[in-house]
Design a protein around this ligand. Structure first.
Ligand code: CTP
Length: 394
Protein backbone atom coordinates (compact mmCIF):
# COMPACT_ATOMS: atom_id res chain seq x y z
CA UNK A 1 0.00 0.00 0.00
CA UNK A 2 1.29 3.47 -0.84
CA UNK A 3 0.48 5.77 2.07
CA UNK A 4 0.87 9.53 2.32
CA UNK A 5 1.20 10.70 5.91
CA UNK A 6 0.23 14.36 6.14
CA UNK A 7 1.63 16.07 9.21
CA UNK A 8 0.41 19.44 10.46
CA UNK A 9 1.63 21.47 13.41
CA UNK A 10 -0.23 19.96 16.35
CA UNK A 11 1.81 19.60 19.51
CA UNK A 12 1.24 15.82 19.22
CA UNK A 13 3.49 15.89 16.14
CA UNK A 14 6.17 13.92 17.98
CA UNK A 15 3.73 10.98 18.14
CA UNK A 16 3.41 11.06 14.35
CA UNK A 17 7.10 10.12 14.14
CA UNK A 18 6.22 6.80 15.79
CA UNK A 19 3.24 6.48 13.42
CA UNK A 20 5.63 6.82 10.46
CA UNK A 21 7.77 4.08 11.98
CA UNK A 22 4.76 1.79 12.55
CA UNK A 23 3.41 2.29 9.03
CA UNK A 24 6.82 1.51 7.61
CA UNK A 25 7.11 -1.64 9.76
CA UNK A 26 3.75 -2.81 8.39
CA UNK A 27 5.48 -2.89 5.01
CA UNK A 28 3.78 0.14 3.46
CA UNK A 29 5.50 2.47 1.06
CA UNK A 30 5.40 5.75 2.93
CA UNK A 31 5.65 9.39 1.83
CA UNK A 32 5.40 12.24 4.31
CA UNK A 33 3.96 15.66 3.53
CA UNK A 34 4.45 18.38 6.17
CA UNK A 35 2.91 21.81 6.53
CA UNK A 36 5.44 24.67 6.77
CA UNK A 37 4.75 25.13 10.50
CA UNK A 38 5.16 21.40 11.13
CA UNK A 39 8.72 21.61 9.76
CA UNK A 40 9.45 24.29 12.38
CA UNK A 41 8.47 21.85 15.13
CA UNK A 42 10.23 18.71 13.89
CA UNK A 43 12.82 18.52 11.15
CA UNK A 44 11.80 16.64 7.99
CA UNK A 45 15.05 14.72 8.49
CA UNK A 46 13.51 12.92 11.50
CA UNK A 47 10.47 11.71 9.50
CA UNK A 48 12.66 10.77 6.57
CA UNK A 49 15.03 8.67 8.68
CA UNK A 50 12.37 7.04 10.89
CA UNK A 51 9.92 6.43 8.06
CA UNK A 52 12.70 5.56 5.60
CA UNK A 53 10.82 7.71 3.14
CA UNK A 54 10.72 10.94 1.16
CA UNK A 55 9.43 14.03 2.94
CA UNK A 56 7.84 16.93 1.06
CA UNK A 57 6.80 20.32 2.33
CA UNK A 58 7.28 22.85 -0.48
CA UNK A 59 4.54 22.98 -3.10
CA UNK A 60 6.82 25.09 -5.33
CA UNK A 61 9.45 22.35 -5.42
CA UNK A 62 8.77 21.51 -9.06
CA UNK A 63 11.73 19.61 -10.43
CA UNK A 64 11.98 18.40 -14.05
CA UNK A 65 8.26 18.93 -14.47
CA UNK A 66 7.39 16.81 -11.38
CA UNK A 67 4.57 18.69 -9.68
CA UNK A 68 4.49 17.62 -6.01
CA UNK A 69 0.81 17.86 -5.13
CA UNK A 70 -0.60 16.23 -8.25
CA UNK A 71 1.98 13.42 -8.34
CA UNK A 72 1.85 12.63 -4.62
CA UNK A 73 -1.96 12.52 -4.59
CA UNK A 74 -2.24 10.57 -7.86
CA UNK A 75 0.08 7.75 -6.82
CA UNK A 76 -1.14 7.29 -3.23
CA UNK A 77 -3.67 4.67 -2.09
CA UNK A 78 -4.26 6.12 1.37
CA UNK A 79 -4.01 9.61 2.86
CA UNK A 80 -3.61 9.91 6.63
CA UNK A 81 -3.47 13.36 8.23
CA UNK A 82 -2.03 13.02 11.75
CA UNK A 83 -1.95 15.19 13.71
CA UNK A 84 -4.59 17.23 11.93
CA UNK A 85 -4.92 20.71 13.44
CA UNK A 86 -8.14 22.71 13.51
CA UNK A 87 -6.60 25.01 10.91
CA UNK A 88 -5.67 22.22 8.48
CA UNK A 89 -9.03 20.44 8.93
CA UNK A 90 -11.01 23.62 8.38
CA UNK A 91 -9.01 24.46 5.27
CA UNK A 92 -9.50 20.99 3.78
CA UNK A 93 -13.22 21.15 4.57
CA UNK A 94 -13.53 24.41 2.65
CA UNK A 95 -11.34 23.51 -0.30
CA UNK A 96 -8.58 25.90 0.67
CA UNK A 97 -5.26 24.72 -0.72
CA UNK A 98 -2.50 27.07 0.40
CA UNK A 99 0.28 24.60 1.26
CA UNK A 100 1.45 21.24 -0.01
CA UNK A 101 -0.63 19.21 2.47
CA UNK A 102 -3.93 21.00 1.77
CA UNK A 103 -3.16 20.84 -1.97
CA UNK A 104 -2.60 17.06 -1.75
CA UNK A 105 -5.82 16.68 0.26
CA UNK A 106 -7.77 18.61 -2.37
CA UNK A 107 -6.32 16.57 -5.23
CA UNK A 108 -6.60 13.14 -3.54
CA UNK A 109 -9.58 11.28 -5.03
CA UNK A 110 -9.39 7.76 -3.51
CA UNK A 111 -11.70 6.46 -0.77
CA UNK A 112 -9.17 5.84 2.01
CA UNK A 113 -8.82 9.22 3.72
CA UNK A 114 -8.13 9.36 7.44
CA UNK A 115 -8.08 12.36 9.76
CA UNK A 116 -6.67 12.40 13.27
CA UNK A 117 -7.81 15.69 14.85
CA UNK A 118 -5.87 16.79 17.93
CA UNK A 119 -6.26 20.13 19.67
CA UNK A 120 -7.44 21.91 22.79
CA UNK A 121 -10.89 20.62 23.82
CA UNK A 122 -12.50 24.08 23.50
CA UNK A 123 -11.30 24.33 19.93
CA UNK A 124 -12.49 20.76 19.29
CA UNK A 125 -15.99 21.46 20.59
CA UNK A 126 -16.22 24.81 18.76
CA UNK A 127 -19.37 24.78 16.64
CA UNK A 128 -17.67 26.06 13.50
CA UNK A 129 -14.93 23.48 13.79
CA UNK A 130 -17.46 20.68 14.37
CA UNK A 131 -19.36 21.77 11.27
CA UNK A 132 -16.17 21.53 9.24
CA UNK A 133 -15.39 18.09 10.67
CA UNK A 134 -18.93 16.92 9.92
CA UNK A 135 -18.56 18.19 6.37
CA UNK A 136 -15.43 16.08 5.92
CA UNK A 137 -17.10 12.98 7.41
CA UNK A 138 -19.94 13.45 4.94
CA UNK A 139 -17.34 13.64 2.19
CA UNK A 140 -15.92 10.22 2.99
CA UNK A 141 -13.19 11.12 5.48
CA UNK A 142 -12.74 8.56 8.26
CA UNK A 143 -12.10 10.33 11.55
CA UNK A 144 -10.12 8.62 14.30
CA UNK A 145 -11.69 10.49 17.21
CA UNK A 146 -9.38 12.17 19.72
CA UNK A 147 -9.33 10.85 23.26
CA UNK A 148 -10.28 12.48 26.55
CA UNK A 149 -7.50 13.32 28.95
CA UNK A 150 -4.72 15.72 29.85
CA UNK A 151 -3.90 18.07 26.99
CA UNK A 152 -0.57 19.77 26.28
CA UNK A 153 -2.01 23.12 27.41
CA UNK A 154 -2.61 21.71 30.91
CA UNK A 155 -6.37 21.48 30.51
CA UNK A 156 -8.35 18.24 30.54
CA UNK A 157 -10.85 17.31 27.84
CA UNK A 158 -11.39 15.66 24.45
CA UNK A 159 -8.56 16.42 22.05
CA UNK A 160 -5.71 14.00 22.77
CA UNK A 161 -3.90 12.15 20.02
CA UNK A 162 -5.16 8.51 19.97
CA UNK A 163 -2.99 5.39 20.03
CA UNK A 164 -1.00 4.93 16.84
CA UNK A 165 -2.13 1.27 16.69
CA UNK A 166 -5.67 2.59 16.32
CA UNK A 167 -4.63 4.75 13.36
CA UNK A 168 -2.77 1.84 11.74
CA UNK A 169 -5.88 -0.31 12.22
CA UNK A 170 -7.98 2.39 10.51
CA UNK A 171 -5.78 1.90 7.42
CA UNK A 172 -6.64 -1.84 7.44
CA UNK A 173 -10.30 -1.05 8.04
CA UNK A 174 -10.50 1.18 4.99
CA UNK A 175 -8.42 -0.88 2.59
CA UNK A 176 -9.31 -4.53 3.32
CA UNK A 177 -11.52 -6.37 0.76
CA UNK A 178 -15.06 -6.26 2.13
CA UNK A 179 -15.84 -9.98 1.91
CA UNK A 180 -18.22 -9.87 4.87
CA UNK A 181 -20.02 -6.64 4.01
CA UNK A 182 -23.56 -6.61 5.37
CA UNK A 183 -23.01 -9.69 7.57
CA UNK A 184 -23.64 -9.73 11.30
CA UNK A 185 -20.94 -11.74 12.99
CA UNK A 186 -20.93 -12.88 16.60
CA UNK A 187 -17.60 -14.06 17.99
CA UNK A 188 -16.83 -15.48 21.42
CA UNK A 189 -13.34 -15.41 22.88
CA UNK A 190 -11.22 -16.15 25.91
CA UNK A 191 -11.79 -18.52 28.81
CA UNK A 192 -14.72 -18.62 31.22
CA UNK A 193 -14.47 -18.50 35.00
CA UNK A 194 -16.54 -20.68 37.27
CA UNK A 195 -16.67 -19.46 40.86
CA UNK A 196 -15.74 -21.77 43.75
CA UNK A 197 -16.08 -19.08 46.42
CA UNK A 198 -15.75 -15.29 46.62
CA UNK A 199 -12.07 -15.31 45.61
CA UNK A 200 -11.43 -18.61 43.83
CA UNK A 201 -12.52 -19.95 40.49
CA UNK A 202 -11.89 -22.63 37.87
CA UNK A 203 -10.70 -21.41 34.49
CA UNK A 204 -8.35 -22.37 31.65
CA UNK A 205 -5.32 -20.94 29.90
CA UNK A 206 -7.04 -19.37 26.88
CA UNK A 207 -5.54 -15.93 26.21
CA UNK A 208 -8.39 -14.76 23.97
CA UNK A 209 -5.95 -13.68 21.27
CA UNK A 210 -7.42 -15.88 18.51
CA UNK A 211 -10.97 -14.64 19.12
CA UNK A 212 -9.85 -11.01 19.30
CA UNK A 213 -7.90 -11.46 16.06
CA UNK A 214 -11.02 -12.92 14.41
CA UNK A 215 -13.08 -9.92 15.59
CA UNK A 216 -10.46 -7.50 14.26
CA UNK A 217 -10.33 -9.15 10.85
CA UNK A 218 -14.11 -9.62 10.56
CA UNK A 219 -14.43 -5.88 11.14
CA UNK A 220 -11.80 -5.18 8.48
CA UNK A 221 -13.85 -7.38 6.12
CA UNK A 222 -16.87 -5.13 6.61
CA UNK A 223 -18.98 -7.17 9.02
CA UNK A 224 -20.98 -5.84 11.95
CA UNK A 225 -19.07 -7.47 14.78
CA UNK A 226 -20.18 -8.38 18.30
CA UNK A 227 -17.45 -9.83 20.50
CA UNK A 228 -18.51 -11.67 23.64
CA UNK A 229 -15.42 -12.20 25.73
CA UNK A 230 -14.53 -14.07 28.87
CA UNK A 231 -11.92 -12.50 31.19
CA UNK A 232 -8.70 -11.68 29.33
CA UNK A 233 -5.89 -9.17 29.73
CA UNK A 234 -6.41 -7.86 26.19
CA UNK A 235 -7.73 -4.46 25.14
CA UNK A 236 -11.02 -4.65 23.19
CA UNK A 237 -10.23 -4.67 19.46
CA UNK A 238 -10.57 -1.23 17.88
CA UNK A 239 -13.74 -0.52 15.89
CA UNK A 240 -15.78 -3.65 16.83
CA UNK A 241 -19.42 -2.64 17.04
CA UNK A 242 -20.16 -4.33 20.33
CA UNK A 243 -17.87 -5.63 23.07
CA UNK A 244 -19.53 -7.64 25.83
CA UNK A 245 -17.59 -8.85 28.85
CA UNK A 246 -18.77 -11.99 30.61
CA UNK A 247 -17.34 -14.20 33.29
CA UNK A 248 -19.04 -17.60 33.49
CA UNK A 249 -20.22 -20.09 30.86
CA UNK A 250 -23.79 -19.30 31.91
CA UNK A 251 -23.30 -15.55 31.27
CA UNK A 252 -21.74 -16.34 27.90
CA UNK A 253 -24.70 -18.58 27.10
CA UNK A 254 -27.14 -15.75 27.93
CA UNK A 255 -25.32 -13.14 25.85
CA UNK A 256 -24.93 -15.45 22.83
CA UNK A 257 -28.53 -16.61 22.90
CA UNK A 258 -29.81 -13.02 23.13
CA UNK A 259 -28.11 -12.19 19.84
CA UNK A 260 -28.32 -15.46 17.94
CA UNK A 261 -31.51 -14.88 15.94
CA UNK A 262 -30.26 -11.59 14.53
CA UNK A 263 -26.85 -12.99 13.52
CA UNK A 264 -25.59 -14.40 10.23
CA UNK A 265 -22.38 -16.03 11.41
CA UNK A 266 -21.40 -17.30 14.87
CA UNK A 267 -17.79 -18.17 15.59
CA UNK A 268 -17.47 -19.91 18.95
CA UNK A 269 -13.79 -19.49 19.67
CA UNK A 270 -14.15 -19.21 23.46
CA UNK A 271 -12.72 -21.99 25.57
CA UNK A 272 -15.97 -22.40 27.47
CA UNK A 273 -15.58 -24.31 30.74
CA UNK A 274 -17.34 -27.67 30.50
CA UNK A 275 -17.84 -27.95 34.27
CA UNK A 276 -18.62 -25.66 37.18
CA UNK A 277 -18.79 -26.22 40.94
CA UNK A 278 -22.22 -27.51 41.87
CA UNK A 279 -22.21 -25.24 44.90
CA UNK A 280 -20.61 -21.80 45.15
CA UNK A 281 -19.37 -21.26 48.72
CA UNK A 282 -20.31 -17.98 50.30
CA UNK A 283 -17.39 -15.82 51.41
CA UNK A 284 -13.92 -17.37 51.41
CA UNK A 285 -13.70 -21.12 51.93
CA UNK A 286 -11.57 -21.93 55.01
CA UNK A 287 -9.01 -24.74 54.84
CA UNK A 288 -9.30 -27.76 57.19
CA UNK A 289 -7.08 -30.79 57.84
CA UNK A 290 -9.21 -32.89 55.46
CA UNK A 291 -9.19 -33.25 51.69
CA UNK A 292 -11.59 -31.01 49.89
CA UNK A 293 -13.93 -32.56 47.35
CA UNK A 294 -15.47 -30.25 44.80
CA UNK A 295 -18.51 -31.55 42.98
CA UNK A 296 -18.63 -30.27 39.45
CA UNK A 297 -21.62 -30.21 37.14
CA UNK A 298 -21.79 -29.72 33.38
CA UNK A 299 -22.29 -26.26 31.96
CA UNK A 300 -24.56 -25.78 28.97
CA UNK A 301 -22.93 -26.60 25.64
CA UNK A 302 -23.62 -23.29 23.90
CA UNK A 303 -22.53 -24.40 20.46
CA UNK A 304 -24.52 -27.61 20.59
CA UNK A 305 -27.66 -25.66 21.44
CA UNK A 306 -26.96 -23.19 18.62
CA UNK A 307 -26.64 -26.18 16.27
CA UNK A 308 -30.09 -27.37 17.35
CA UNK A 309 -31.68 -23.93 17.06
CA UNK A 310 -30.06 -22.70 13.89
CA UNK A 311 -31.99 -21.65 10.82
CA UNK A 312 -29.81 -19.90 8.23
CA UNK A 313 -26.85 -19.02 10.42
CA UNK A 314 -23.37 -20.25 9.66
CA UNK A 315 -21.91 -21.92 12.73
CA UNK A 316 -18.18 -22.20 13.27
CA UNK A 317 -16.71 -24.17 16.16
CA UNK A 318 -13.21 -24.63 17.44
CA UNK A 319 -11.65 -27.78 18.79
CA UNK A 320 -8.37 -28.32 20.51
CA UNK A 321 -7.37 -31.95 20.29
CA UNK A 322 -4.28 -33.90 21.26
CA UNK A 323 -4.86 -37.05 19.19
CA UNK A 324 -7.05 -38.56 16.43
CA UNK A 325 -7.37 -35.04 15.07
CA UNK A 326 -9.44 -35.58 11.94
CA UNK A 327 -11.71 -38.23 13.42
CA UNK A 328 -12.54 -36.08 16.46
CA UNK A 329 -13.02 -32.96 14.34
CA UNK A 330 -15.52 -34.55 11.98
CA UNK A 331 -17.38 -36.17 14.88
CA UNK A 332 -17.66 -32.83 16.70
CA UNK A 333 -18.81 -31.02 13.56
CA UNK A 334 -21.63 -33.56 13.03
CA UNK A 335 -22.64 -33.79 16.67
CA UNK A 336 -22.98 -30.03 17.01
CA UNK A 337 -24.47 -29.48 13.52
CA UNK A 338 -21.71 -27.05 12.51
CA UNK A 339 -20.82 -25.66 9.10
CA UNK A 340 -17.11 -25.36 9.85
CA UNK A 341 -14.79 -26.65 12.51
CA UNK A 342 -11.37 -25.17 13.12
CA UNK A 343 -9.02 -27.65 14.68
CA UNK A 344 -5.78 -26.94 16.41
CA UNK A 345 -3.31 -28.83 18.50
CA UNK A 346 -4.24 -28.37 22.16
CA UNK A 347 -0.60 -28.69 23.20
CA UNK A 348 0.29 -25.52 21.27
CA UNK A 349 -2.92 -23.53 20.87
CA UNK A 350 -3.07 -21.98 24.34
CA UNK A 351 0.53 -21.07 24.91
CA UNK A 352 1.69 -19.55 21.66
CA UNK A 353 1.11 -16.33 19.72
CA UNK A 354 1.38 -18.39 16.55
CA UNK A 355 -0.93 -21.19 15.52
CA UNK A 356 -1.47 -23.72 12.79
CA UNK A 357 -5.04 -24.78 12.10
CA UNK A 358 -6.99 -27.28 10.02
CA UNK A 359 -10.43 -26.36 8.76
CA UNK A 360 -13.14 -28.95 8.20
CA UNK A 361 -16.52 -28.53 6.54
CA UNK A 362 -19.53 -30.79 6.23
CA UNK A 363 -17.80 -32.70 3.42
CA UNK A 364 -14.53 -33.13 5.30
CA UNK A 365 -11.13 -31.47 5.20
CA UNK A 366 -11.05 -28.03 3.52
CA UNK A 367 -7.78 -26.34 4.25
CA UNK A 368 -4.69 -26.19 6.42
CA UNK A 369 -3.39 -22.79 7.47
CA UNK A 370 0.32 -23.02 8.19
CA UNK A 371 1.73 -21.71 11.43
CA UNK A 372 1.48 -17.94 11.47
CA UNK A 373 0.50 -15.06 13.74
CA UNK A 374 -3.12 -15.05 14.84
CA UNK A 375 -4.19 -12.09 12.66
CA UNK A 376 -3.01 -13.90 9.53
CA UNK A 377 -4.61 -17.15 10.62
CA UNK A 378 -7.84 -15.22 11.31
CA UNK A 379 -7.68 -13.89 7.71
CA UNK A 380 -7.38 -17.48 6.43
CA UNK A 381 -10.27 -18.74 8.56
CA UNK A 382 -12.54 -15.81 7.63
CA UNK A 383 -11.77 -16.29 3.94
CA UNK A 384 -13.27 -19.78 4.20
CA UNK A 385 -16.20 -18.45 6.26
CA UNK A 386 -16.89 -15.66 3.76
CA UNK A 387 -16.84 -18.13 0.83
CA UNK A 388 -19.48 -20.15 2.63
CA UNK A 389 -21.48 -16.98 3.35
CA UNK A 390 -21.39 -16.07 -0.32
CA UNK A 391 -19.28 -12.98 0.25
CA UNK A 392 -17.36 -11.42 -2.57
CA UNK A 393 -14.72 -8.73 -2.21
CA UNK A 394 -15.84 -5.22 -3.05
N1 CTP B 1 -18.30 -24.93 23.53
C1 CTP B 1 -19.50 -24.36 23.89
N2 CTP B 1 -20.02 -24.56 25.13
C2 CTP B 1 -19.39 -25.34 26.01
C3 CTP B 1 -18.16 -25.94 25.65
C4 CTP B 1 -17.65 -25.71 24.39
O1 CTP B 1 -20.08 -23.64 23.08
N3 CTP B 1 -19.92 -25.52 27.20
C5 CTP B 1 -17.76 -24.68 22.17
C6 CTP B 1 -16.39 -24.02 22.13
O2 CTP B 1 -16.49 -22.62 22.04
C7 CTP B 1 -15.78 -24.63 20.89
C8 CTP B 1 -16.37 -26.01 20.84
O3 CTP B 1 -17.59 -25.93 21.55
O4 CTP B 1 -16.16 -23.95 19.72
C9 CTP B 1 -15.46 -26.99 21.50
O5 CTP B 1 -16.15 -28.16 21.62
P1 CTP B 1 -15.86 -29.18 22.82
O6 CTP B 1 -16.73 -30.38 22.57
O7 CTP B 1 -15.95 -28.55 24.14
O8 CTP B 1 -14.39 -29.52 22.50
P2 CTP B 1 -13.19 -29.58 23.43
O9 CTP B 1 -13.08 -28.30 24.19
O10 CTP B 1 -12.05 -29.94 22.55
O11 CTP B 1 -13.60 -30.67 24.49
P3 CTP B 1 -13.66 -32.29 24.48
O12 CTP B 1 -12.53 -32.77 23.63
O13 CTP B 1 -13.55 -32.61 25.91
O14 CTP B 1 -14.99 -32.66 23.91
Amino acid sequence: MRIVLGVSSGIAIYKAVDLASKLRKEGHELHVVMTPDATRMISPVVFSAVGNCSVYHDWMDVRNGWIPHTEISRTADVLVVAPATANTISKIANGIADNLLTLVALAFDKDAKILVPTMNYRMYSNKLFQENLEKLKNNGWFVVEPEEGHLACGEVGKGRYPENEKIVEAVHLLTFPKKLAGKKVLITAGPTRERIDAVRFITNASSGKMGYALATVAKRMGARVSLVSGPTSLKPPYYVDEFVKVESAEEMYEEVMKRFEDTDIVIMNAAVGDYRPKKVFEGKLKKTENDLVLHLERTKDILKELGQRKSNQILVGFAAEVENFEENAVKKLREKNLDLLVLNDARKAFSSDRVEVYIYGRDGFIKRIDEDDKIRVACGILDVVSNLAGGSPS
